[in-house]
Design a protein around this ligand. Structure first.
Ligand SMILES: *Cc1c(COP(=O)(O)O)cnc(C)c1O
Length: 225
C-alpha cells in the first residue's frame, strides 16, 4: 500500500463516518480503529503517516510483535480477538489501550486475578453476542447487564468502559441492524454504570452501526487494500 492509496482509503472511510454520524447528531463523535490483523508494519506506518493513530489486532502474539516493531510511533493499540487463558499474561504485559473482547465471566475472573498479581489494570469492553450465534463468543442480550454489573463489582482491576459486538452474520441488512440495536440497547442500560464506548461496525457495515449508536468502529479491509 503506497501513500496515495492509504490517503484515498482513509479519506473514503472518514467521509463515510462523517455522513453517518451527522445522521445521528452533530455531537455524535465516532472513533476509528484500523484493524491491522492482515497487514504488515510497513502498511501500518504508511497509514499512520496519513493520519491514523489507533490500531486493532486479534492475536496477542501479532499485537506484541507489531507494537515492538513500531514502538517509535505514538500509536494506540486495541485488542479485539478472543483471548485464550494462556495468553492473558502476555496481553497484560503488552498494555493495550483497550481490550474489546471480554467474552465470559470465567475470562473476566482469570484476567482480574492476573492483573491484581501484576498490580496492573486493563480497560475492557464486554463482548455481546447480540445475534446469539454459535460461531461467536460473548454474552447474550439477556445475560449482559448482570454480567456487566458483576464484573464492575467483583473485578477491581478490570476497568469496564462499554460494550462491543460483531454484527449478525447475514446478508439481510434488517438482521444486522437488529443485532446492532440490541447491543446499543445494552449500551444505554450500562451508561449509568460508566460505559462510554459502544464498539460495533466493520468494513461492510460501519455506517449502519453508527446509525444504530456505535461510537467506535473497527475497520480493516477498507483501510488496508
Ligand atoms: C477482522 C475484524 C474486524 C475488521 O474486519 P473488516 O471486515 O476487515 O473491516 C473488526 N472486528 C473484529 C473483531 C475483527 O476480528
Amino acid at each position: 500500500m503506497n501513500k496515495i492509496q492509504a490517503t484515498q482509503n482513509l479519506n473514503k472511510v472518514v467521509t463515510q463516518i462523517e455522513g453517518a454520524r451527522l445522521r445521528v447528531s452533530d455531537h455524535h463523535i465516532v472513533k476509528l480503529i484500523a484493524v491491522s490483523k492482515y497487514s504488515n508494519t510497513k502498511d501500518i506506518e504508511t497509514l499512520y503517516n496519513v493520519g491514523q493513530r489507533a490500531y486493532g489486532e486479534n492475536k496477542v502474539q501479532d499485537l506484541k510483535e507489531k507494537m515492538t516493531t513500531l514502538d517509535e510511533l505514538p500509536l494506540e493499540w486495541h485488542f479485539i480477538g478472543h483471548l485464550q487463558k494462556n495468553k492473558i499474561n502476555n496481553l497484560i504485559d503488552a498494555k493495550p489501550t483497550l481490550m474489546h473482547s471480554l467474552d465470559s465471566l470465567e475470562l473476566a475472573y482469570e484476567l482480574n486475578k492476573k492483573l491484581l498479581s501484576k498490580n496492573a489494570t486493563m480497560k475492557c469492553l464486554l463482548q455481546i453476542n447480540s445475534a446469539n450465534e454459535e460461531s461467536k463468543t460473548g454474552f447474550s442480550e439477556e445475560e449482559a447487564y448482570e454480567a456487566y454489573n458483576s464484573i464492575l463489582n467483583e473485578c477491581s482491576a478490570i476497568k469496564l468502559i462499554g460494550v462491543m459486538s460483531i454484527g449478525a452474520h447475514s446478508k439481510e441488512r434488517a438482521e444486522i441492524k437488529k443485532s446492532f440495536l440490541s447491543t446499543n440497547k445494552i449500551y444505554e442500560q450500562v451508561k449509568p454504570l460508566g460505559a462510554r464506548y459502544c464498539s460495533m461496525g466493520m468494513s461492510s457495515d460501519f455506517e449502519l452501526a453508527i446509525e444504530c449508536g456505535s461510537n467506535m468502529i473497527r475497520v480493516g479491509s477498507s483501510l488496508f487494500k
